[in-house]
Design a binder for this molecule. Sequence first.
Ligand code: SF4
Ligand code: SF4
Length: 498
Amino acid sequence: MNARQPTTSLPPVVGAYRVIPLIQEGASASVHSAVAGAEIQESLGLPGALVENWHDKAIERLGQLVKQRRGLRVFLDTCTRCGACTDKCHYFLGTHDPKNMPVARQDLMRSVYRRYFTVVGRYLPWLVGARDLDESMLDDWYTYFHQCSECRRCTVYCPKGIDTSEVTMAGREILASIGLGQQYSQEIISKVRRVGNNLGMKPRALADVLENLEEDILDETGVAVRLPLDDEGADMLVVTPSADFFAEPHVDGLIGYAKVLHQAGIRWTFSSTAAEAANFALFSGHHGHLRELAMRIRLAAMDLSVSRITIGECGHAWRVAYSFLDTLVGPLDFLQPGHTRAEHICEVTHQLWCSGVITLDPQRNAGKVVSFHDSCNVARGASMGDRPDGQFTIPRALLAASVPRVVEMSADTTRQKTFCCGGGGGVLTDEMMEVRIKGALPRAQALQAVVRSDQVTHLATICAICKTQLSTVLPQHDLAGVQVTSLHHLVGDALLLS
Ligand code: SF4
Ligand code: SF4
């Protein structure tokens, strides 16, 4: 195998092996995420345009963040430039741009940090690679901190455990604080604050959507499965990404949740004020917004007097719920003992299946050969159930119980080493399509291999962003024949419903 093989076409050619590309300086420098307009920024309490004294403000904010976030300071101080992370980022592998190497992305901030916050950097900047925050550096910050999906694959391979996503989040937070917020994430955060979901969908519209879905399920199965909204006194609040309410292939997963909960006889409900599991403040790096958006879930659970909170198939929402919800808005001690943390829908379904409350028949999905894509924020940012590797074993157990044949992609692209779909962390926008397609290359290569060897027909996943991104970009990689699907779509179809 030739380990160095430059590829410049768009989309990149899917080959049999993953190759470490020759670098191409500035290869993706022209791909920019759109900057948020004044109205959006100001609605979030941030400057509407680049402030005049942006240099001083940015340095001041960086100083505050390295004081407040001890991890960030450690990450900026401890890199030994060993190089172990350089070929681990899907955006570098896809774009060949050296600034998409994780260490180079970190160095955009590290070099500025050294210049202004270390003694050697102040007086002998050339000795430690310290650099001024000038206009060119500011441009690089905006460009390359938005070509990172905060997936943390590089962290798995770093001997120091340096988390590039923390650097990216800090970079984005500083940029937004001087008037350069990212349109996609900021607009969504603003909508969730105003209306309760990413789509800006009002409660009446949501109720209509749910009623229509109930009719669809009745037509399909002959069973009256309910999708309740604001049912006070329900046992379980389900908070799911709003894409589940209407978009393909997400909505079939939502129907799957409803079928499972119906069959288990659980009284459950959605909330019109917390009709969104996604928390895009994880992407923008703003801790205040992160807490505010998470608080909606706590308040909805209290208002509806539920005893359990369940999160639908959404990768970063699960990371926020599993890893941060207690710190942000906890303790959740008003919930039922034994359920005082948010639970994942896979965990709930798995428990029902293991205890024999529901029955799954894989032959109902006859003809499907399915592979599973681990989503970054679930695989590397959370766990599931009681076992430390539950985020890997629980979805796979459900998949194996629901379809006749499961085929794993290669081990260096799954579980903790999974490759990002290429659209996570706020990258899922039209203007970033070039980077999205190129960033999906490693995942596409691994999938292509099992399509060739085992005739895989479906790719199941448990993240709304992965579902949207992969459905969009896989056809660009000659994988139009593979259907991207919600895990709970397969579960719902395998379920014996009555
Ligand atoms: S966090 Fe993911 S996207 Fe960001 S540099 Fe690391 S591997 Fe690349
Ligand atoms: S693997 Fe870690 S220590 Fe090595 S260059 Fe990358 S970030 Fe630095």
